[in-house]
Design a protein around this ligand. Structure first.
Ligand SMILES: Cc1cc2nc3c(=O)[nH]c(=O)nc-3n(C[C@H](O)[C@H](O)[C@H](O)COP(=O)(O)O)c2cc1C
Length: 189
């Protein structure tokens, strides 16, 4: 049974400063929006942002969310996030990232998507996990994006169980981003 089921095994929530929450790059035509509790999905998002020269927004969530089994929020719950929405007008490409919680992306990224108009946007979904996803998890996520007008052009996921240590994980993140970057550029033109 995977370790994440037991609260004693949960990695601590990352301590964040204002500088961790956003990056703005002049002339960016892409943006990364990510929910991340313990920093893994944020690391993937930051690598994407660097590779694509994109802006970056990390969603602020209520303290303690996901720290224990009991503080988990069901993916269709309405939850508080900051920012609730973003001005996406200048972006052609939107990267949306989330950890997997209880076999699905989290309520925080779902709420951001539902609060925003993705009409005309190309969208890349990304996630990290440490076990498994529901069979329909990605299809459901795609459908929510499509309902808001976005077109999903790619999905990138990294299962942390496949890596022995953080160095191996970071190396895989770098490799995967380099591999997918060409697809993102070609399909967003
Ligand atoms: C409340 C909670 C539930 C989780 N449920 C799952 C799950 O169903 N499947 C899975 O593969 N990983 C699950 N995980 C593991 C996370 O997806 C994994 O650790 C992820 O890399 C965390 O991302 P973060 O560091 O960006 O927060 C869960 C973690 C937490 C805290």
């Amino acid at each position: 049974m995977a370790c994440w089921l037991f609260t004693s095994c949960a990695a601590p929530a990352q301590r964040l400063t204002t500088g961790d929450m956003s990056i703005t790059r002049p002339g960016a035509t892409a943006v990364v929006v990510v929910h991340s509790r313990s920093g893994n999905t944020a690391a993937l998002g930051l690598r994407i942002s660097e590779a694509m020269g994109s802006d970056y927004i990390r969603l602020e969530t209520p303290p303690g969310a996901g720290d224990t089994y009991l503080s988990y929020t069901e993916r269709n719950d309405k939850v508080d996030i900051n920012p609730r929405s973003a001005d996406l007008a200048r972006y052609r490409l939107v990267f949306l990232g989330s950890p997997i919680w209880f076999w699905h992306p989290t309520a925080f990224i779902y709420t951001f998507i539902n609060n925003n108009d993705l009409s005309g946007k190309k969208v890349v979904l990304f996630y990290t996990n440490q076990g498994g996803l529901a069979k329909d998890a990605i299809d459901e996520w795609k459908a929510i994006v499509q309902k808001r007008g976005g077109t999903v052009i790619d999905v990138i996921g990294i299962n942390r169980n496949e890596f022995e240590n953080d160095a191996a994980l970071q190396s895989e993140i770098k490799t995967q981003v380099e591999k997918h970057k060409r697809v993102w550029i070609n399909k967003s033109d």
